[in-house]
Design a protein around this ligand. Sequence first.
Ligand SMILES: Nc1ncnc2c1ncn2[C@@H]1O[C@H](COP(=O)(O)OP(=O)(O)OP(=O)(O)O)[C@@H](O)[C@H]1O
Ligand SMILES: [Mg+2]
Length: 201
Amino acid sequence: MEKILSLKNISKKYQAKNGEIIAIENISFDVEKGEFVSIIGPSGCGKSTLLSIISGLEEKNTGNIFIDNEEVIGLSPKIGYMLQKDSLLEWRTIYDNVIFGLEVKKIKNRENEEYVINLLKKYGLYEFKDKYPTQLSGGMRQRVALIRTLAIKPRILLLDEAFSALDYQTRIMVTNDIFQILKNEQITVLMVTHDISEGIF
Ligand SMILES: Nc1ncnc2c1ncn2[C@@H]1O[C@H](COP(=O)(O)OP(=O)(O)OP(=O)(O)O)[C@@H](O)[C@H]1O
Ligand SMILES: [Mg+2]
């Protein structure tokens, strides 16, 4: 198997009013290409901190991150990051939401737009492309958020409790959908959750 992501001795401290908080200390692990890794732990144990460090949005105090055996400093175009809140832009249509990342990265071209249109079609959202986020259900919104993240063709996807806002039944449905999408698109996934059953699933 091929190693895609490698973490070496990652630590992070936060300065708080009453002293330092060690959010994570000396974390090292490898993830292989195509693996689906669940990270489970109680609230406050440093899961979100770890993901935001991998994403490059948060700085680490010590350690190194390697993607495809190359050290990454800051943001990597190979990483997609999906948070608990879908943060769709309410004033943009579904289509304009899913191509948002392409616009930001200035990679909106015919090929990438066709890729997005195909994802919308494949996952039952194409007919909603001119609607607005408020007109969609929570599960549909999550799928839109996922397609927006996939639009930039990440090799590694970070999911931070991405489905916890959904009710149990919808979550089962959406996670099934989403796992299928991820498998089809051959993406390596690192998922954080405090829900043990979701992690096992
Ligand atoms: N910006 C910050 N400033 C100060 N302390 C922080 C900051 N962000 C996180 N922390 C602290 O770091 C620790 C880890 O937080 P983190 O958000 O990574 O936990 P978590 O495992 O994601 O928890 P949850 O399951 O509740 O989302 C906590 O003690 C938290 O209070
Ligand atoms: Mg968290």
